[in-house]
Design a protein around this ligand. Structure first.
Ligand code: AMP
Length: 427
């Protein structure tokens, strides 16, 4: 039987992993720039965590989770998103008691959702996300948005738009819930079964229903922004004013509600019309979640964050990345058994000295070995034939200048170092 990767998963091959590492490095650099530290949480959690945090009327929880029982009969779920695990860990490790009240963390890694695989949708995909916990302030909302905008700009994405909206505080949400119920009540029997359940449990979720999305009452549904309490309105106005001050372009999008239940106040999305991604693609989004820490058993603690789909960021990064500078320092080309024995010694010595190095293990002729040196972008090809073994030297060919010299075994390291010093192109 021929094994295949499960539907909706992909292998990242050695030819592609360099580009992933480049993306990860860029994200880590931006995080350091913003003083955001990494947090790593388990890939699986107790199912109850996601039911609670993400909400059991959301599509993610009700339809898309990879849930199974472990050998002791506990219900376990592969994480479909990152915030729930981060907040669980924040509470469990009492990070709310740290001297630094504002905890800023980031994560990146695989997430799992049982969705129909299609262009840009996988069952195992990757997210990069940031969470800022502990301070309820429009300034922190804006810091989060700034960071999200910095990421897409650093990737060179063109035509990006920051869409923002406010869902308000509990008071606003209660008023809005009632307005939504009044709005949909007359057409309730025209909506899908899921929406009829949502109507009772969580009417906000009707707005992101994939089945009823073209129902005429969707267009005329009340807008969250018209139901904000004075407090919530002041928070949102300050967010907008700060964005104006910083000259960050944004669009207030009253239809933006986000697909997860934990949001309150500010929500935002980054939408790109870059041809690389296709018009109107959401690259990522986030928002404030003031009730979540308490919901998961911690003290009342505000939070705000965002997540990006890394596969989309990868597309944004494009194919023009330069892997030349990842080339090997030395590719060793032995001819014959004795030369191979010596090559192993030299390779080990060079690696111990911090040089990147490899050798031919396929007993090929020079031509084939030179091709490998080329493929690995080797700075030097080191040729060792029978003569060289006898004379206790190696033949060093610089693949940039094409110069070739004989170097005694004991001088190899010195030779490479001197050569690099004189070569201004080499970093
Ligand atoms: P969400 O957690 O649903 O707000 O998603 C945040 C981002 O993750 C989205 O904007 C997408 O870029 C990405 N994303 C979500 N689900 C998938 C998926 N199944 N496959 C690939 N990317 C995804």
């Amino acid at each position: 039987m021929a094994y295949k990767a499960p539907r909706g998963t992909v292998d990242i091959l050695p030819t592609e992993s360099g580009k992933w590492q480049e993306l990860e490095q860029l994200l880590r650099t931006i995080c350091a720039n913003y003083n955001v530290k990494e947090m790593r949480t388990p890939i699986f959690e107790h199912t109850e965590l996601f039911n609670r945090a993400v909400g059991d009327t959301t599509d993610v929880v009700s339809k898309e989770m990879y849930t199974f029982e472990d050998k002791k009969g506990r219900s376990i779920t592969l994480r479909p998103e990152g915030t729930a695990g981060i907040v669980r860990a924040y509470v469990e490790n009492k990070l709310y008691g740290m001297p630094e009240k504002l905890q800023k963390v980031y994560y990146m890694g695989p997430m799992f959702r049982y969705e129909r695989p299609q262009n840009g949708r996988q069952r195992q995909f990757h997210q990069f996300g940031v969470e800022m916990l502990g301070v309820e302030s429009p300034y922190v909302d804006v810091e989060c948005m700034l960071m999200a905008v910095t990421v897409v700009k650093a990737l060179g994405l063109k035509n990006i738009q920051l869409h923002i909206n406010s869902l308000g505080d509990q008071e606003s949400r209660d008023a809005y819930r009632e307005a939504l119920q009044n709005h949909f009540q007359p057409v309730l029997n025209e909506l899908c079964h899921d929406c009829q359940v949502r109507y009772e449990k969580n009417p906000l979720r009707i707005l992101d229903c994939k089945v009823d999305k073209n129902h005429p009452m969707m267009q005329t549904a009340p807008k969250t922004i018209d139901y904000l309490s004075d407090n919530a309105k002041a928070h949102f106005e300050k967010v907008c004013a700060l964005l104006d001050d910083l000259e960050i372009d944004y669009v207030v999008d009253p239809n933006l509600v986000r697909g997860l239940d934990y949001y309150s106040h500010t929500v935002f999305e980054i939408i790109s019309d870059d041809p690389k991604l296709g018009a109107g693609s959401t690259v990522g989004g986030g928002g404030r979640y003031n009730g979540l820490v308490e919901e998961l058993g911690g003290p009342q603690t505000p939070g705000v964050g965002f997540a990006f789909g890394m596969e989309r960021l990868m597309i944004a990064l494009g194919d023009d990345h330069d892997d030349d500078d990842e080339g090997l320092d030395v590719y060793i080309m032995p001819l014959g058994t004795e030369a191979k024995d010596l090559a192993m010694q030299i390779m080990t010595m060079l690696r111990a000295n911090g040089f990147t190095c490899d050798m031919d293990q396929c007993d090929r002729g020079l031509k084939g070995q030179f091709k490998s040196a080329d493929r690995f972008h080797a700075h030097f090809s080191m040729i060792i034939g029978e003569d060289e073994v006898q004379k206790e030297v190696v033949n060093m060919k610089c693949n940039h200048t094409k110069e070739q010299v004989e170097v005694p075994l004991e001088n190899i390291v010195e030779f490479i170092e001197n050569h690099y010093e004189g070569d201004h192109d080499h970093e």
